[in-house]
Ligand binder design. Structure first.
Ligand code: DAT
Ligand code: MG
Length: 151
């Protein structure tokens, strides 16, 4: 698998519920590499742009209100096949359909309170990292552990 980056975000319910450490741990212990991390109060326009593809959906206004309702934790994770793997770690969109062992399967019950976001393609990952981090905050650094994780 190619080394790639994905955008992962703990949504406001996850921050309020004190699940940030739990969620970060799952990506860290899997072996992915943290390249960006910040606590951030999302402005409404950014939430609308991020979820622009869903702007015609009936739940769009509630979704935007939810995302701006409190701080989120924005992350960039890197690794081989990380986009698809992160989606698997996160689980299905509706937490009642997410497998146990996934973040949503273990920690959530409502589709409108599903604690975490993950990019759905490499292309959207690049777009979302640009949107949430811009030119600053993504740091390239060497992981001393990498020989223990990669052949
Ligand atoms: P995902 O977050 O798994 O990529 P998505 O991109 O289809 O899912 O939708 C983005 C978010 O919108 C999702 O995490 C929760 C909300 N959402 C999706 N479908 C919904 C629905 N039927 N009712 C309410 N909220 C919904
Ligand atoms: Mg999505």
């Amino acid at each position: 698998f190619e080394t790639e980056k994905t955008y992962v975000m703990v949504k406001p319910d996850g921050v309020q519920r004190g699940l940030v450490g739990n969620i970060i741990s799952r990506f860290e212990t899997k072996g992915f590499h943290l390249k960006g991390l910040k606590l951030f109060q999302c402005p409404k326009e950014l939430a609308e742009t991020h979820y622009g593809d869903l702007s015609e959906k009936p739940f769009f206004p509630d979704l935007v209100d939810y995302i701006v309702s409190g701080p989120v934790v924005c992350m960039v994770w890197e690794g081989p096949g990380v986009v698809k793997s992160a989606r698997k770690l996160i689980g299905a969109t509706n937490p009642l359909e997410s497998e146990p062992g996934t973040i949503r399967g273990d920690l959530a019950i409502e589709v409108g309170r599903n604690v975490v976001h993950g990019s759905d393609s490499v292309e959207n990952g690049e777009k979302e990292i640009g949107l949430w981090f811009g030119d600053e905050g993504v740091i390239e650094w060497e992981q001393a552990m990498s020989p223990w994780l990669r052949e």
